[in-house]
Design a protein around this ligand. Sequence first.
Ligand code: ATP
Length: 223
Amino acid sequence: MVSIPLHPNIISKKGKFCKRSSDRPAKVIGLTGGIASGKSTVGKMLSKQNFPVIDTDKLAREVVEPGKPALKELVKAFGTKILKDDKTLDRHRMLEMILTDAGTRRLVENIIHPYVFKRMDQILQQLAASENNIVIVEVPLLFEAGWQDFFDYIISVVAPESICTKRLAERKKMSIDMASRWMVIQIPQEVKARKSDYVIHNNAGLDELQMQVNHLSRVLRHL
Ligand code: ATP
Protein backbone atom coordinates (compact mmCIF):
# COMPACT_ATOMS: atom_id res chain seq x y z
CA MET A 1 0.00 0.00 0.00
CA VAL A 2 1.50 3.32 -1.05
CA SER A 3 0.74 6.25 1.23
CA ILE A 4 -0.14 9.53 -0.42
CA PRO A 5 0.80 12.73 1.38
CA LEU A 6 -2.18 15.00 1.97
CA HIS A 7 -2.50 18.54 0.66
CA PRO A 8 -5.23 19.76 3.02
CA ASN A 9 -5.35 23.30 1.71
CA ILE A 10 -5.48 22.39 -1.93
CA ILE A 11 -8.00 19.73 -2.85
CA SER A 12 -9.93 17.07 -1.07
CA LYS A 13 -8.53 13.63 -1.74
CA LYS A 14 -12.12 12.44 -1.84
CA GLY A 15 -12.35 14.54 -4.96
CA LYS A 16 -15.29 16.72 -4.00
CA PHE A 17 -14.48 20.12 -2.57
CA CYS A 18 -11.77 22.49 -3.63
CA LYS A 19 -10.54 25.18 -1.34
CA ARG A 20 -9.88 28.31 -3.35
CA SER A 21 -8.11 31.52 -2.57
CA SER A 22 -10.19 34.64 -1.98
CA ASP A 23 -8.12 36.75 -4.41
CA ARG A 24 -9.38 35.45 -7.68
CA PRO A 25 -10.89 36.91 -10.81
CA ALA A 26 -14.62 37.68 -10.57
CA LYS A 27 -15.48 34.96 -13.09
CA VAL A 28 -13.40 31.81 -13.43
CA ILE A 29 -14.67 29.71 -16.30
CA GLY A 30 -13.76 26.06 -16.79
CA LEU A 31 -13.28 24.82 -20.35
CA THR A 32 -13.55 21.07 -20.70
CA GLY A 33 -14.99 18.37 -22.96
CA GLY A 34 -14.12 15.10 -24.58
CA ILE A 35 -10.59 14.10 -25.40
CA ALA A 36 -9.49 15.56 -28.78
CA SER A 37 -12.88 17.28 -29.04
CA GLY A 38 -11.32 20.67 -29.76
CA LYS A 39 -10.83 22.17 -26.28
CA SER A 40 -7.43 23.71 -27.06
CA THR A 41 -8.69 25.03 -30.39
CA VAL A 42 -11.56 26.77 -28.56
CA GLY A 43 -9.09 27.95 -25.90
CA LYS A 44 -6.88 29.53 -28.59
CA MET A 45 -9.89 31.20 -30.20
CA LEU A 46 -10.95 32.67 -26.83
CA SER A 47 -7.39 33.78 -26.17
CA LYS A 48 -7.39 35.67 -29.50
CA GLN A 49 -10.49 37.44 -28.21
CA ASN A 50 -8.37 38.68 -25.29
CA PHE A 51 -9.56 36.31 -22.58
CA PRO A 52 -6.65 35.07 -20.46
CA VAL A 53 -6.55 31.26 -20.83
CA ILE A 54 -4.74 28.93 -18.40
CA ASP A 55 -3.84 25.54 -19.91
CA THR A 56 -3.77 22.97 -17.10
CA ASP A 57 -2.34 20.33 -19.47
CA LYS A 58 0.75 22.51 -19.68
CA LEU A 59 0.79 22.89 -15.89
CA ALA A 60 0.50 19.09 -15.55
CA ARG A 61 3.62 18.72 -17.70
CA GLU A 62 5.49 21.35 -15.68
CA VAL A 63 4.74 19.81 -12.27
CA VAL A 64 6.40 16.51 -13.25
CA GLU A 65 9.61 18.05 -14.57
CA PRO A 66 12.82 16.60 -13.08
CA GLY A 67 13.38 17.74 -9.49
CA LYS A 68 9.73 18.65 -8.93
CA PRO A 69 7.96 17.05 -5.93
CA ALA A 70 5.21 15.45 -8.04
CA LEU A 71 7.79 13.47 -10.02
CA LYS A 72 9.45 12.36 -6.79
CA GLU A 73 6.06 11.15 -5.50
CA LEU A 74 5.42 9.24 -8.74
CA VAL A 75 8.82 7.54 -8.51
CA LYS A 76 8.14 6.68 -4.87
CA ALA A 77 4.84 5.09 -5.89
CA PHE A 78 5.88 3.28 -9.08
CA GLY A 79 9.68 3.04 -9.02
CA THR A 80 12.30 4.29 -11.44
CA LYS A 81 10.82 2.24 -14.28
CA ILE A 82 8.64 5.28 -15.06
CA LEU A 83 11.75 7.35 -15.86
CA LYS A 84 13.63 7.53 -19.14
CA ASP A 85 17.44 7.36 -19.24
CA ASP A 86 17.61 11.15 -18.99
CA LYS A 87 15.52 10.97 -15.74
CA THR A 88 12.49 12.64 -17.29
CA LEU A 89 9.07 11.01 -16.98
CA ASP A 90 8.42 8.31 -19.56
CA ARG A 91 4.96 9.57 -20.58
CA HIS A 92 4.26 6.75 -22.98
CA ARG A 93 4.96 4.13 -20.33
CA MET A 94 2.90 6.01 -17.77
CA LEU A 95 -0.01 6.21 -20.22
CA GLU A 96 0.16 2.46 -20.90
CA MET A 97 0.06 1.82 -17.14
CA ILE A 98 -2.86 4.21 -16.66
CA LEU A 99 -4.87 2.68 -19.49
CA THR A 100 -4.28 -0.83 -18.20
CA ASP A 101 -5.23 -0.33 -14.56
CA ALA A 102 -7.83 2.00 -13.05
CA GLY A 103 -6.12 1.92 -9.63
CA THR A 104 -2.89 3.17 -11.17
CA ARG A 105 -4.78 5.93 -12.93
CA ARG A 106 -6.40 7.09 -9.70
CA LEU A 107 -3.09 7.04 -7.86
CA VAL A 108 -1.35 9.07 -10.60
CA GLU A 109 -4.20 11.59 -10.64
CA ASN A 110 -4.19 11.84 -6.84
CA ILE A 111 -0.51 12.69 -6.96
CA ILE A 112 -0.54 15.16 -9.85
CA HIS A 113 -3.88 16.98 -9.57
CA PRO A 114 -3.21 18.78 -6.25
CA TYR A 115 0.02 20.27 -7.65
CA VAL A 116 -1.78 21.38 -10.81
CA PHE A 117 -4.58 22.85 -8.72
CA LYS A 118 -2.14 24.78 -6.55
CA ARG A 119 -0.31 26.20 -9.57
CA MET A 120 -3.59 27.12 -11.28
CA ASP A 121 -4.74 28.92 -8.14
CA GLN A 122 -1.44 30.88 -7.99
CA ILE A 123 -1.85 32.00 -11.60
CA LEU A 124 -5.46 33.00 -10.95
CA GLN A 125 -4.30 35.15 -8.04
CA GLN A 126 -1.71 36.82 -10.28
CA LEU A 127 -4.33 37.46 -12.95
CA ALA A 128 -6.73 38.88 -10.35
CA ALA A 129 -3.98 41.21 -9.13
CA SER A 130 -3.59 42.54 -12.68
CA GLU A 131 -7.33 43.17 -12.84
CA ASN A 132 -8.47 40.38 -15.12
CA ASN A 133 -12.14 39.83 -14.37
CA ILE A 134 -12.85 36.84 -16.58
CA VAL A 135 -10.36 34.01 -16.90
CA ILE A 136 -10.77 30.76 -18.82
CA VAL A 137 -9.13 27.60 -17.46
CA GLU A 138 -8.81 24.64 -19.78
CA VAL A 139 -9.17 21.47 -17.67
CA PRO A 140 -9.53 18.25 -19.70
CA LEU A 141 -10.50 16.15 -16.66
CA LEU A 142 -12.56 18.81 -14.87
CA PHE A 143 -15.46 16.52 -13.93
CA GLU A 144 -13.31 13.41 -13.49
CA ALA A 145 -11.18 15.32 -10.96
CA GLY A 146 -14.25 16.66 -9.14
CA TRP A 147 -13.27 20.31 -9.72
CA GLN A 148 -16.71 21.44 -10.91
CA ASP A 149 -17.47 23.34 -7.70
CA PHE A 150 -14.44 25.53 -8.20
CA PHE A 151 -15.69 27.21 -11.37
CA ASP A 152 -18.31 29.91 -11.74
CA TYR A 153 -19.33 28.61 -15.16
CA ILE A 154 -18.35 25.58 -17.22
CA ILE A 155 -18.08 25.26 -21.00
CA SER A 156 -17.95 21.81 -22.63
CA VAL A 157 -16.74 21.11 -26.14
CA VAL A 158 -18.26 18.01 -27.70
CA ALA A 159 -17.47 16.34 -31.01
CA PRO A 160 -18.46 13.04 -32.65
CA GLU A 161 -16.58 10.21 -30.97
CA SER A 162 -15.34 8.66 -34.21
CA ILE A 163 -13.70 11.96 -35.18
CA CYS A 164 -12.14 12.37 -31.71
CA THR A 165 -10.69 8.84 -31.76
CA LYS A 166 -9.20 9.38 -35.21
CA ARG A 167 -7.74 12.79 -34.28
CA LEU A 168 -6.33 11.41 -31.03
CA ALA A 169 -4.69 8.44 -32.77
CA GLU A 170 -3.18 10.70 -35.44
CA ARG A 171 -1.93 13.35 -33.05
CA LYS A 172 -0.41 11.02 -30.47
CA LYS A 173 0.81 8.60 -33.14
CA MET A 174 -0.97 5.72 -31.44
CA SER A 175 -3.21 2.91 -32.66
CA ILE A 176 -6.98 3.41 -32.94
CA ASP A 177 -7.28 0.69 -30.29
CA MET A 178 -5.17 2.60 -27.78
CA ALA A 179 -7.00 5.85 -28.60
CA SER A 180 -10.35 4.10 -28.01
CA ARG A 181 -9.16 2.72 -24.67
CA TRP A 182 -8.18 6.25 -23.68
CA MET A 183 -11.58 7.63 -24.74
CA VAL A 184 -13.64 5.15 -22.71
CA ILE A 185 -11.98 5.86 -19.38
CA GLN A 186 -13.34 9.40 -19.46
CA ILE A 187 -16.83 10.54 -18.48
CA PRO A 188 -18.96 10.42 -21.66
CA GLN A 189 -19.16 13.72 -23.52
CA GLU A 190 -22.96 13.91 -23.26
CA VAL A 191 -22.73 13.66 -19.46
CA LYS A 192 -20.13 16.46 -19.39
CA ALA A 193 -22.38 18.54 -21.65
CA ARG A 194 -25.40 18.04 -19.35
CA LYS A 195 -23.39 19.26 -16.37
CA SER A 196 -22.11 22.36 -18.18
CA ASP A 197 -23.50 25.87 -18.53
CA TYR A 198 -22.49 26.22 -22.18
CA VAL A 199 -21.87 23.59 -24.83
CA ILE A 200 -19.92 24.01 -28.06
CA HIS A 201 -20.71 21.42 -30.73
CA ASN A 202 -17.54 20.95 -32.74
CA ASN A 203 -19.03 18.79 -35.47
CA ALA A 204 -18.28 20.90 -38.54
CA GLY A 205 -15.36 22.97 -39.80
CA LEU A 206 -13.22 25.56 -38.06
CA ASP A 207 -15.33 28.45 -39.45
CA GLU A 208 -18.44 27.05 -37.79
CA LEU A 209 -16.48 26.56 -34.58
CA GLN A 210 -15.25 30.16 -34.73
CA MET A 211 -18.82 31.42 -35.10
CA GLN A 212 -19.90 29.56 -31.97
CA VAL A 213 -16.89 30.92 -30.07
CA ASN A 214 -17.69 34.48 -31.21
CA HIS A 215 -21.21 34.08 -29.87
CA LEU A 216 -19.94 32.54 -26.63
CA SER A 217 -17.44 35.33 -26.02
CA ARG A 218 -20.22 37.91 -26.32
CA VAL A 219 -22.22 35.93 -23.76
CA LEU A 220 -19.22 35.64 -21.41
CA ARG A 221 -18.57 39.38 -21.49
CA HIS A 222 -22.11 40.02 -20.27
CA LEU A 223 -22.09 37.50 -17.41
P1 ATP B 1 -6.79 16.91 -26.08
O1 ATP B 1 -7.94 16.28 -25.38
O2 ATP B 1 -5.85 15.88 -26.62
O3 ATP B 1 -6.10 17.96 -25.28
P2 ATP B 1 -8.32 18.91 -27.47
O4 ATP B 1 -9.71 18.60 -27.02
O5 ATP B 1 -7.65 20.08 -26.86
O6 ATP B 1 -7.40 17.64 -27.40
P3 ATP B 1 -7.62 20.08 -30.00
O7 ATP B 1 -6.16 19.93 -29.76
O8 ATP B 1 -8.18 21.46 -29.92
O9 ATP B 1 -8.43 19.10 -29.05
O10 ATP B 1 -8.08 19.46 -31.40
C1 ATP B 1 -7.63 18.18 -31.80
C2 ATP B 1 -7.20 18.26 -33.26
O11 ATP B 1 -8.36 18.48 -34.06
C3 ATP B 1 -6.27 19.42 -33.55
O12 ATP B 1 -5.32 19.00 -34.49
C4 ATP B 1 -7.18 20.49 -34.13
O13 ATP B 1 -6.51 21.35 -35.01
C5 ATP B 1 -8.22 19.65 -34.85
N1 ATP B 1 -9.55 20.29 -34.89
C6 ATP B 1 -10.29 20.70 -33.86
N2 ATP B 1 -11.47 21.18 -34.26
C7 ATP B 1 -11.49 21.08 -35.60
C8 ATP B 1 -12.46 21.40 -36.62
N3 ATP B 1 -13.64 21.92 -36.33
N4 ATP B 1 -12.11 21.14 -37.89
C9 ATP B 1 -10.92 20.61 -38.20
N5 ATP B 1 -9.97 20.26 -37.30
C10 ATP B 1 -10.25 20.50 -36.01
